[in-house]
Design a protein around this ligand. Structure first.
Ligand code: TRP
Length: 468
């Protein structure tokens, strides 16, 4: 079958399925916000902000979100909705309709490769929150808290022991992949939508409660504010800029066509411009709240802000052991963290499944099982990277750090760069105006300017610098 016939078939399949797209604007925003809000906000943002020195890094990160991430987010959703199929099919059908090269679908291919890599390690980290849920239930956290010696040290040991156990990590990873596959196999309305509508608001409320706790009890809330918001540019390196940029992509779920896939189920009347503001705004708020919940505890306990990936798993349990009813709060927190991670994992798997559903006419459950299992297998390399294979390094990084680096710092920016060029230079201005729903406004002009010039130059420069 030649590929225009293929994309026609894709479009037809989709026409049928569109009836089952997101049921409302709110459902879409929650699903997309659920994709954006995840481990990136609660786990990764605080620890990289800590590693790269706080304020100046946060400022660069916020600039990357507003000036680069947000325009690309809107572009992705727009391409998805206008193309109406899986990311690869969307580029094909747009090429046929708007008369440009089909080769832009390479963006979809990069996205699928990237989805594989990201989900494989993301699921392992998401599994940590399930392990911690278990640690609360079986009393290990309480025990670490009640020991007479240094609580911070005991929590550090708990985390180190978890990482040292391949079986424990594999169990968490397997559970997360299993649940993800179940939800995705269930489809948009009965799977994804039902899952996200209570996950996202729940996590949000809990984080606010934690910030209030941190502000009220640690006595170090102002140090945290100073650390996060008072920029010290002498602490800023080029590497920090790359990490901030990569994280802006990661946290908004852009650059990998996940938002494109979600956009393909979006009804025509929803304003993509406004929805994108809401998604990016919520995402940023959650990251900052996480920082404000965690750093007061870090400072109050004399911990190192740059302690790395264990930061939230070492700090927050301390807080949990010190408040009355802390076990309940701890349980809720790790449960919600797992849930926030799941509302992201499903969005990473979705484009891959949507593609196979259309190209191979596989059923959703079949596509989900095949892809989910392959990703699970790849994830075993991240499981082992923390213990038996800790000495295996690629370019000086262990397998886990390597996957994180290649995706966040190379593939997502590359995907984002291509999406920006495509939306800014290949698609017509009319198409943009039509899809964005911002009318003939100033905003449209600013958005198009950012996509056409600032994003490609900025992302390109950082990428080239870092490749060299
Ligand atoms: N944004 C999610 C987080 O911050 C992770 C995520 C979901 C993601 N979908 C993605 C990252 C697509 C990159 C691409 O936890």
């Amino acid at each position: 079958m030649n590929s225009s016939a293929e994309s026609l078939r894709g479009a037809r399949l989709l026409g049928r399925r569109h009836a089952g797209g997101w049921s409302s604007r709110m459902a879409f925003i929650l699903a997309a916000a659920g994709s954006a809000v995840g481990l990136g906000n609660v786990w990764k943002f605080p620890y990289i902000a800590g590693e790269y020195g706080g304020g100046a890094f946060v400022l660069v990160y916020l600039a990357c979100i507003g000036l680069i991430g947000l325009p690309i987010l809107a572009a992705e959703i727009m391409i998805g909705r206008r193309g109406g199929g899986s990311p690869i099919h969307s580029f094909e059908s747009l090429a046929a309709r708007e008369g440009h090269s089909k080769n832009w679908r390479v963006i979809g291919w990069i996205g699928i490769g990237c989805a594989f890599l990201i989900l494989s390690f993301y699921s392992v980290v998401a599994g940590w929150s399930l392990s911690y849920l278990w640690f609360v239930v079986d009393g290990q956290i309480a025990a670490a808290g009640s020991e007479s010696h240094d609580v911070a040290l005991a929590m550090g040991d708990l985390f180190a022991n978890l990482l040292a156990s391949p079986a424990a990590l594999l169990a968490g990873h397997t559970l997360i992949m299993g649940i993800t596959m179940l939800i995705v196999a269930g489809g948009i309305r009965s799977g994804l939508e039902r899952a996200v509508c209570w996950m996202v608001p729940g996590l949000f409320l809990l984080l606010i409660a934690l910030v209030v706790y941190a502000a009220a009890t640690t006595g170090r809330f102002t140090s945290a504010i100073t650390f996060l918001f008072k920029p010290d540019f002498s602490a800023l390196s080029w590497e920090a800029v790359l990490v901030a940029l990569g994280h802006a992509f990661f946290t908004l779920s852009v650059g990998m066509t996940a938002m494109m896939a979600y956009g393909s189920y979006l009804k025509r009347h929803v304003s993509i411009g406004k929805a994108s503001f809401a998604i990016a705004g919520l995402d940023t708020l959650v990251a900052l709240l996480a920082g404000l919940a965690i750093f007061p505890i870090v400072f109050a306990q004399g911990l190192e802000p740059g302690a790395g990936p264990g930061l939230i798993f070492v700090t927050l349990p301390i807080a949990f052991t010190e408040v009355p009813g802390g076990s309940l709060v701890a349980m809720l927190f790790f449960l919600f963290l797992a849930i926030a991670a799941l509302s992201s994992t499903i969005s990473i798997l979705e484009p891959v499944v949507e593609y196979l559903e259309q190209r191979r006419a596989w059923t959703r459950p079949k596509a989900t099982t095949v892809m989910g299992t392959s990703i699970w297998m790849l994830g075993i390399s991240s499981v082992l990277a923390f213990n038996v294979a800790a000495d295996v390094t690629v370019f000086g990084m262990n397998l886990f750090d390597f996957l994180d680096f290649v995706t966040s710092n190379l593939l997502l920016p590359l995907g984002g760069l291509l999406i920006a060029i495509y939306a800014g230079h290949v698609l017509s201005r009319e198409a943009l105006a039509d899809e964005l729903g911002l009318g003939e406004s100033r905003l449209l002009e600013i958005w198009r300017f950012l996509l056409r010039y600032l994003t490609p130059v900025g992302v390109g420069a950082v990428l080239i610098y870092n490749l060299i």
